[in-house]
Design a binder for this molecule. Structure first.
Ligand SMILES: NC(=O)c1ccc[n+]([C@@H]2O[C@H](COP(=O)([O-])OP(=O)(O)OC[C@H]3O[C@@H](n4cnc5c(N)ncnc54)[C@H](OP(=O)(O)O)[C@@H]3O)[C@@H](O)[C@H]2O)c1
Length: 332
């Protein structure tokens, strides 16, 4: 019989990377005065979790996981009793109210604070939202982190307009597939970049207008220069992507899957007057705008697999190798 004071969780400790993952029975968290306790029904996987466990070597038990959908089962004294029993999805970015107050580093669930890959998780009451009607539990659990990042990159930072040619690297991943769906909803013409021939057809099925294989010599592969490039691949794509932007166009960087260090001639920026911006996660206000946008345009994350938490080491290794198109969702 399960104990009311413990829970099953995916815990990382000791060895960096997937070898340090194990399923364990750990203390069930209690909500602080402005928090809610959620029984997690589904939790989407992001590369963020892979980076966290690769960098974590301590003996402290770390529970990763940023995304979640579930039911509120307990509340803190100031969180509102009427919330008990509500089904919600979680904004994983903590303590960032509006788009302009950019934090030094966004605080993400499962980064410095315990995350969602467990039977229960506590989150601030301001971070829970109703689940959009058009989404299944698994789809809703795949939306928050990647959807927020893609939305801020395209809308707040990229200011994408209908007819713009938007090029997306890493486009078959979780954030990339959502960026593709959102760019198409904004009326953009889309070109996506993948390393694999086998991912060309799935990318077209997800709505890509054009697909390019390999991020090298992008300027020669595109049918037209980009108005905007969204780059999350980093060292393998960024220098080539800058050359693929039209004079006066922009490039938005939100990740470095292949590595963070590049060599770039500043002449490629200033002569052609390229706008270069970074972005990471997004504010609470942008999260609410993203949910409205997703509902209005029936944006659905592409969920390619639903897995159990005890399969996590294999799933994390698959992500590191770049398997799949779209998102993995854990059903604890
Ligand atoms: N700053 C933020 O707030 C934020 C938020 C979300 C994501 N990110 C970053 O954005 C990136 C994508 O995140 P994600 O969760 O969408 O990851 P993901 O699902 O693993 O997708 C990454 C995609 O990048 C492509 N890729 C290119 N080079 C790769 C390489 N060397 N190794 C593995 N994949 C490679 C793969 O597509 P192909 O196989 O088709 O080439 C893969 O599908 C990560 O770097 C992540 O940290 C940042």
């Amino acid at each position: 019989m399960p104990s009311p004071t413990t829970m099953r969780a995916l815990v990382h400790a000791g060895t960096p990377g997937p070898d340090g993952l194990r399923i364990d029975e750990v203390p069930r968290p209690e909500p602080g005065k402005d928090d809610v306790l959620i029984r997690v029904d589904a939790a989407g996987l992001n590369r963020h979790e892979l980076f966290v466990i690769d960098a974590h070597a301590g003996d402290d038990d770390k529970i990763v996981g940023a995304d979640a959908v579930g039911t509120i089962t307990a509340v803190g004294v100031d969180a509102g009793q009427d919330l008990i029993g509500r089904r919600v999805l979680v904004n994983p970015c903590l303590g960032w109210p509006t788009a302009e107050d950019v934090p030094e580093v966004p605080t993400i669930l499962g980064g410095p604070v315990q995350g969602t890959f467990a039977e229960f998780a506590t989150v601030p009451v301001d971070n829970v939202h109703p689940i959009p009607d058009h989404l299944s539990d698994a789809e809703a659990a795949a939306l928050p982190l990647a959807g927020l990042t893609a939305y801020r990159a395209l809308v707040t930072k990229g200011r994408v307009m209908a007819g713009d040619h938007v090029v997306i690297t890493g486009a078959t991943g979780g954030a990339g597939t959502l960026a593709l769906a959102m760019a198409a909803a904004l009326g953009a013409e889309t070109t996506v970049v993948t390393r694999h021939e086998a991912k060309v057809a799935p990318a077209r099925t997800l709505g890509a207008d054009h697909v390019v294989i390999g991020a090298d010599d992008l300027d020669e592969k595109l049918h037209a220069p980009a108005d905007l490039v969204l780059d999350s691949v980093g060292s393998d794509s960024f220098p080539s992507a800058v050359r693929a932007v039209r004079p006066g166009g922009g490039i938005i960087s939100f990740g470095a899957t292949s590595g963070p260090d590049i060599e770039l001639s500043l002449r490629t920026l200033f002569f052609r007057q390229i706008r270069l911006e970074g972005t990471s996660m997004g504010s609470a206000a942008e999260f609410e705008s993203m949910l409205r946008f997703a509902a209005e345009h029936t944006i659905k994350p592409a969920v390619h697999e639903r897995r159990r938490l005890d399969e996590a080491p294999e799933v994390f290794r698959g992500m590191a190798a770049g398997h799949g198109v779209g998102k993995t969702v854990f059903l604890p």
